[in-house]
Design a protein around this ligand. Structure first.
Ligand code: AMP
Length: 283
């Protein structure tokens, strides 16, 4: 596996692959990789001739009081996982390589979409995500890019950005990978104490509860959200940021399960903010 730290290196390698007629898949990550990330690489390997993963903790998507400094990092372990899963190149730039001094251009969606759900507590988050993903698209020029459904709002926002900016890149959404007991895999799970790790199960339990209500025919989104909220509130270590049902494309709140609906949540377990969700294809 090639380890690239400069934009020029990535461009030269991708150009050589394209000259050979090979297709290129991109898997953007912030590192500290787990089976969720690996599943994206696996899908990319299935669909593309060469896979590039980026491993970069992007400072512009963190707010001033968030966990940028504390965010876990282990690049050697990441390389081992990526290589094992057939990744051809990892792009691991320094912050200055991505954001040269004086960098002042951002990519931002100006509708309400990035203000909903996670945007309420993380007002600059999606501007940072759109900017770094846009840069990665320009650097790697992939045929396809792979994102997890775990970050459902991010996936919807990237799809909108690709439409709006006419990127000729296919966006592939991949299902949430969970621990054996249901907790969605996340680099941030490492912050949890043993008691918090147990308490964190309320997220996936409430997802399964919501899915069961839908399977049993419930179409009132507010009732589903209320039942999920009640389940989470019963856990003393959990503090809800939001539990919401929204339109799967626009992220606008909905009252009924009709069309594509995203039921999503962010919950603090102690100091750690975790997210989970499910998608419903209503009638
Ligand atoms: P991150 O490193 O957290 O920025 O995540 C990089 C990519 O991996 C994003 O597209 C995430 O949605 C995806 N991802 C993270 N956790 C999971 C998971 N448990 N299952 C599937 N995809 C995931």
């Amino acid at each position: 596996m090639i380890i690239a730290t400069t934009i020029a290196q990535v461009r030269a390698q991708v150009a050589a692959w394209k000259k050979e007629g090979l297709t290129v898949g991109l898997v953007p990550t912030m590192g500290y990789l787990h089976e969720g990330h690996a599943s994206l690489v696996d899908e990319a390997v299935r669909q593309c001739d060469r896979v590039v993963a980026s491993d970069f903790v992007n400072p512009t998507q963190f707010g001033p009081n968030e966990d940028l400094e504390a965010y876990p990092r282990d690049f050697d372990r990441d390389c081992a996982l990526l290589e094992e899963h057939g990744c051809a190149m990892v792009f691991h730039p320094a912050v200055e390589e991505m954001y040269a001094p004086g960098a002042a251009t951002y990519v931002e969606i100006l509708s309400d979409m990035p203000k909903q759900l996670c945007g309420k507590t993380r007002p600059i988050h999606f501007r940072g995500v759109c900017t770094v993903v846009s840069k990665l698209f320009n650097i790697v020029t992939p045929d396809k890019a792979f994102f997890g459904q775990k970050d459902a709002q991010q996936l919807a926002i990237i799809r909108q950005m690709v439409r709006d900016l006419s990127y000729g890149i296919e966006i592939v959404g991949c299902p949430i990978v969970r621990e054996a007991d249901g907790l969605a895999k996340s680099s941030r799970n490492t912050y949890l104490s043993e008691a918090e790790r147990q308490a964190a199960l309320v997220l996936s339990e409430s997802v399964f509860l919501g899915q069961k209500m839908v399977a049993e025919g419930e179409t009132d989104a507010n009732k589903i959200v209320a039942a999920m909220t009640e389940h989470i509130q019963a856990q003393p270590l959990a503090k809800i940021d939001y539990v919401s049902a929204v339109d799967g494309v626009t992220m606008d709140p909905v009252d009924q399960i009709a069309g594509t609906v995203l039921v999503a949540m962010a919950v603090y377990i102690g100091k750690t903010r975790l997210i989970d969700n499910f998608i419903v294809e209503g009638k």
